[in-house]
Design a protein around this ligand. Structure first.
Ligand code: ADP
Ligand code: MG
Ligand code: ZN
Length: 602
């Protein structure tokens, strides 16, 4: 509507400009006197006329004194004839320089016809514009049900398995898929059914999208990329029609690979959830399944779907003939982290003495995307400081940046706050050092980062796949170390411990309700997490235990937390000398690294 209005305005503006121009020209014309043919004859007889330009019936007269005049004659007879009819002597006619113009009607065309034609043209143009716009709306409505899948077939940006570091098992599994895409006949000849779907399971940033891309790159087939959330729109039925469209396009491009990212957005267990998009998801999911069931052995399309929430997926997705292959991608271990860092270090001028292995050591739990981010932050930091290369210190600093947010040197603590923070962090550090199942201290600092006033970084000696009960017990004491130190040395606690308390409570709750680590409650889980899509996302916990058990759970959680606090208070009281040493060092230097900390404790 707005556009049409705008077009109208532009149209009137142009019309106004044109009519002024035409008006200008025609008013110039009126400056020239128009005379009757009789008067012209008189002037010819009086020898006043120098020349006459004939344009059809239009006569442009130039007198001997150079005044311009116009006149008209009848179209049918020539000027000479007309003059002769007025009985002008022939010698007088011969004395006039008579020229015949080439475009007899041009004058009339410009002054009389054009002003009608131009607005006419504009009106036609305007109507055309408006029609086109209406059609544009229609067109958009027509494309609404189209998939909008992005086809990535750019040969220059092809990703291969070389670009994916680590993930060896996943790559091996996917190698098979590449074979299926490249040489399907080999398998069909053996009477084998080629799998249609592969599900990639892994935490965010572990390289699921990257691997899927690499499969298409290795097999050199087109790659259709769509995200599960793109199927879910406001209107019911859109998702299903998008799925149809996507598979139709893919069939045309076969052999090819369809990648459905975040399939949990549509593939959630049916029948769970309340939201309005519930039916929609069900329809979309059904359509995906119908399309996949419709593949025959000649359809050389493989669907790869990715999710980080396999627990919520509808079992129907996982049945044979659908996503029956599952490839799990773990967070990278230390070797893989080093390899990933090396890939992302390419094209970045690293200092000669940078130790990528050490960076890998310091980043347990980081995903591939986090590691890429670390090096990117380091590059940004180095560029900001106008350095020629990226050095080790910059990279280590970026690890903490990615982990905790930026250092906020400007956030200056008062002397009192500094002292409290130093004791708080010293509490965490001391207890990590004292308890053998806790992760060793890597760094203690009272420079605020992100929202924390100070921080202590504990890193495991090696990557852990399993966590133990004793590890949890010690970790809870470490988490409460800050609280214990504040309480012991200042007699009261500050808000600085709030995040620690949250983490300790969460940990205790999971020990009791998820891991079956509590003696009293025994080896079972409590509560079923399910996702309700109602007013946005939220995780709702369904109680599958009695009111009485709920009480016991609460008691047990509190018991664990109190136990942890007891250990922590005892340790910070007992090792006052060590506490003081750490605090002094922190107040003097603000940050203590691992080696320095260990020599302080020795
Ligand atoms: P996901 O889809 O699992 O969330 P992505 O595939 O989008 O993760 O990964 C994000 C980015 O992280 C990739 O573009 C890549 O730069 C980096 N990355 C992740 N895993 C790896 C890996 N194994 N090797 C190299 N780069 C990786
Ligand atoms: Mg992804
Ligand atoms: Zn703390």
């Amino acid at each position: 509507m707005k556009n049409i209005l705008k077009n109208f305005l532009i149209f009137f503006l142009i019309l106004a400009v044109i009519s002024t121009i035409i008006g200008f020209f025609s008013s110039q014309n009126t400056n020239i006197e128009e005379v009757s043919l009789a008067k012209l004859v008189q002037q010819v007889k009086d020898d006043q006329v120098k020349s006459i330009l004939v344009n059809g019936n239009q006569l442009n007269i130039t007198l001997k004194d150079d005044t311009q005049q116009t006149s008209k004659k009848e179209l049918s007879e020539s000027l000479t004839e007309a003059l002769k009819n007025y009985e002008v002597p022939t010698d007088k006619i011969a004395a006039i320089d008579i020229k015949v113009g080439e475009e007899p009607d041009s004058g009339m065309f410009f002054t009389t016809i054009l002003p009608f034609i131009i607005p006419g043209l504009f009106i036609i143009a305007l109507i055309w514009f408006m029609l086109r716009q209406v059609q544009g709306v229609n067109n958009r409505a027509m494309t609404f049900g189209q998939s909008g899948a992005k086809l990535a077939d750019d040969k220059r940006k092809r990703v291969s398995f070389k670009d994916v570091a680590g993930a060896h098992e996943a790559k091996e599994d996917l190698m098979e898929i590449v074979e299926f895409l490249k040489h399907p006949q080999k398998f069909i000849a053996m009477g084998a059914k080629i799998p249609k779907g592969v599900l990639l399971l892994g935490a965010p940033g572990t390289g699921k999208t990257l691997l899927a891309r690499a499969v298409s790159g290795e097999a050199k087939v087109p790659f259709f990329h769509i995200s599960g959330s793109e199927f879910v729109e406001m209107f019911v039925g859109v998702g299903a029609s998008r799925v149809r469209d996507l598979f139709k396009k893919a069939k045309k491009a076969s052999p090819c690979l369809i990648f459905i990212d975040e399939i949990d957005a549509v593939g959630r267990q049916r029948g769970a959830g309340l939201g309005g998009s519930h039916d929609e998801r069900e329809q979309t999911l059904n359509q995906i399944l119908v399309e996949m069931d419709g593949f025959d052995n000649q359809t050389n399309i493989i669907v790869i779907a990715a999710t980080n929430r396999p627990d919520v997926l509808d079992p129907a997705l996982l049945r044979p003939g659908r996503f029956d292959r599952q490839v799990v991608i773990d967070l990278p271990d230390i070797k893989d982290r080093e390899a990933i860092l090396k890939i992302h270090a390419q094209g970045k001028p690293l200092d000669k003495d940078t130790d990528i292995n050490m960076v890998a050591q310091r980043t347990p739990g980081f995903s591939g995307a986090d590691l890429a981010n670390v090096l990117n932050e380091a590059a940004i930091l180095a560029a900001k400081e106008n350095k020629k290369t990226i050095n080790q210190l910059t990279i280590l600093d970026s690890i903490e940046r990615v982990l905790l947010g930026r250092e906020r040197k400007s956030h200056i603590l008062s002397a009192e706050e500094k002292k409290i923070t130093a004791y708080h962090e010293a509490g965490h550090a001391l207890i990590s050092h004292m308890l053998k199942n806790a992760d060793p201290v890597h760094k203690v600092s009272i420079i605020s980062r992100g929202r924390a006033a100070g921080y202590t970084i504990n890193l495991p000696k090696e990557d852990k796949k399993l966590q133990s009960y004793s590890g949890f017990i010690d970790t809870m004491a470490v988490l409460l170390g800050g609280y214990a130190a504040e309480k012991t040395y200042f007699g009261e606690v500050t808000t600085g411990a709030s995040n620690d308390l949250k983490r300790v409570t969460d940990l205790a709750r999971r020990m009791v309700t998820e891991f079956g680590m509590d003696e009293k409650l025994g080896p079972r889980t409590f509560g079923q997490k399910e996702e309700m899509v109602f007013l946005g996302r939220e995780i709702h916990e369904r109680r599958d235990y009695s009111e009485k058990t709920a009480e016991v759970i609460d008691q047990e959680i509190s018991a664990y937390v109190n136990e942890g606090l007891k250990t922590a208070i005892q340790l910070v009281k007992e090792h006052k000398d060590k506490m003081e040493k750490i605090v002094d060092a922190l107040i003097k230097r603000e940050t203590i690294e691992k080696q320095e900390f260990e020599s302080l404790m020795a």
